[in-house]
Design a protein around this ligand. Structure first.
Ligand code: SDX
Length: 493
């Protein structure tokens, strides 16, 4: 904890002089980081005219909009060097895992910390496969969505729905230390939910896919790989001995492995924020899925294709680039909070795309994508901002070549990312010192104390953002609007 000292002889520390008081504080540096709580010791009287809400007497707060430089957990799972374009799962370079491993083997590695032996992997794969089956009632749940519901809305809801079957896995029912005890019973209940969530992620995603098509759901088959079973559940229409194409099955497995984890991205952080209240893992995973849905995150692979379709031919790329530079458009699939060079996954995705295109035929948008890539990589606007292609830039081209509908692309990101979310959730549940609820601070800049005003005496406050917008009631027909009835309110159009 920071404390006022005359002078500091410590080498691995920060010496902070608070010029409001002249006090000097030594803040220890551990693993190239300092505790934000050290700044709470740095108190000062309010400066003349300073708002009382700044609470200077309670110590300094550390502001970090968007978590640009705030570490919220100590993790052993994934390491990224954004400048060097390095990505390692538990120390193993992503390039080696993509070449030699499988999604489920990598899932074991991410969650339990080591590469499994053959027997360990067989048990893990068998458990995930065994837990792929869903309660029959889930069919009604999935059918309750309109056929054109966005599949991410179905998947996000389905994860939360899934939890309603497992009262034994719910800390709100079984006691808050259900997952934090770390004893054999607690670990066993944790592992069972991990098997269930990984196993059922593909089943739920396939059900969302079949809702769109208005087709019967397919019971997870035995004897197929994780992605093979997934493809079977999406595509089987009663054909005898139906076997997914091995090139597509392998390509999807590589893409799943690449998407399995990525350190504290927005969705993993959402899982941890939600999980920090010790809620059940199904609710935490549903929250992470909701976060991934956004176009700045997992929704970017869908946004990239919509962008390429809007550009059309390669000759339209220069005009699009100009529009991006004028901030009229966003170059989806480019830029990253951590990578300031090309995302290492994007090279593997590109190679996988070539394998897929060999049997599906090239996607006509590929030329536009390559022209866009080339133009952006040599344009000062993007070079200066260190914007390079991320994992989403090419992955959508593969999914399109495989014939997936556009709005299913984020689902193909969420399914494998369940592994990373679970790895981080498990790590937090078992961390040294137990789980502290995540409750960030704020800098309050709102109204100071003021007294209630009776409605008759209130001044009119109007204008954009200050009052609710007038909404046209589309569901009300002209005839109803012209009818008369008790309590009729004529909406302002
Ligand atoms: C994923 O976190 C993860 O690890 C995520 C992920 C994972 O595996 O979990 O890697 C997966 O989500 C990849 C990112 C997918 N999203 C997109 O492709 C959407 C387009 N990208 C941008 O929205 C943006 O790059 C972000 C959201 C990815 C990163 O945003 P940051 O770190 O907050 O950066 P920023 O918005 O502050 O941008 C810095 C500058 C700004 O310019 P200035 O205002 O300073 O002049 O770069 C510009 C931005 O305007 N910029 C872009 C841009 N991305 C950033 N300009 C044009 N096109 C872009 N894509």
């Amino acid at each position: 904890m920071g404390r006022p000292t005359e002078s500091s002889t410590l080498t691995n520390s920060l010496t902070v002089r608070d010029n409001r008081t002249g006090k000097v504080y030594d803040v220890p540096i551990v693993d190239n980081s300092i505790q934000a709580t050290a700044f709470k010791a740095m108190t000062a009287p309010a400066a003349p005219g300073e708002r009382e809400e700044n609470e200077t007497y309670k110590g300094l707060r550390v502001a970090d909009k968007g978590f640009l430089n705030t570490a919220v957990i100590r993790s052993e799972i994934t390491y990224i060097d954004g400048d060097a374009g390095v990505l390692r799962y538990r120390g193993y370079p992503i390039e080696q895992l993509a070449l030699h491993s499988s999604h489920l083997e990598t899932a074991y590695l991410l969650i339990y910390g080591t590469l499994p032996t053959k027997p360990q992997l067989s048990v893990f794969e068998a458990e995930v496969s065994h837990h792929g089956v869903i309660h029959a009632d889930a069919e009604q749940f999935c059918r309750s969505f309109r056929y054109d519901a966005h599949p991410m809305a179905i998947l996000t809801s389905a994860f939360s729905y899934l939890g309603s079957y497992y009262g034994e896995a719910n800390p709100s029912l079984q006691g808050q230390s259900l997952y934090t005890k770390g004893d054999a019973a607690s670990l066993s209940i944790m592992d069972k939910q991990i098997y269930r969530l990984i196993g059922k992620a593909t089943t739920l995603a396939a059900m969302a896919y079949r809702v769109r098509q208005g087709r019967e759901f397919v019971t997870p088959p035995t004897g197929l790989s994780y992605t093979g079973s997934f493809l079977y559940q999406m595509d089987h229409l009663g054909e005898e001995n139906y076997t997914p194409n091995p090139v597509l099955e392998k390509a999807l497995d590589v893409l799943f492995l690449l998407h399995a984890d990525h350190e504290l991205n927005a969705s993993a952080t959402t899982v941890l924020q939600t999980g920090s209240s010790l809620v059940d893992p199904y609710s935490a995973i549903a929250a992470g899925c909701a976060s991934l849905y956004g176009p700045l995150h997992g929704g970017a692979n869908e946004a990239v294709i919509r962008m390429l379709i809007s550009i059309g031919k390669p000759e339209n790329v220069p005009a699009f680039i100009e529009a991006v530079k004028k901030r009229e458009k966003v170059l989806s699939g480019f830029g990253h909070r951590v990578y300031k060079t090309s995302d290492p996954r994007s090279f593997i995705v590109r190679k996988t795309a070539d394998e897929v295109f060999k049997i599906t035929g090239k996607d006509e948008l590929l030329e536009t994508a390559m022209a866009l890539h080339e133009a952006a990589m040599k344009d000062e606007y993007f070079v200066k901002r260190k914007l390079a292609p991320n994992v989403d830039f090419c992955s959508g081209l593969i999914y399109r070549a495989m014939g997936f509908p556009l709005d299913f692309f984020p689902v193909l990101f969420a399914v494998p990312r369940v592994v990373g979310w679970l790895a981080h959730w498990r790590q937090m549940m078992l961390q040294e010192g137990g789980v502290k609820i995540w409750r960030p601070r704020q800098i309050f800049v709102g109204a100071s104390k003021r007294d209630y005003v009776p409605i008759e005496a209130r001044p009119l406050v109007d204008g954009p953002k200050k009052t609710p917008s007038a909404i046209a009631h589309s569901g009300i027909t002209k005839r109803t609007m012209l009818a008369s009835f008790k309590g009729k309110v004529v909406p302002k159009l």
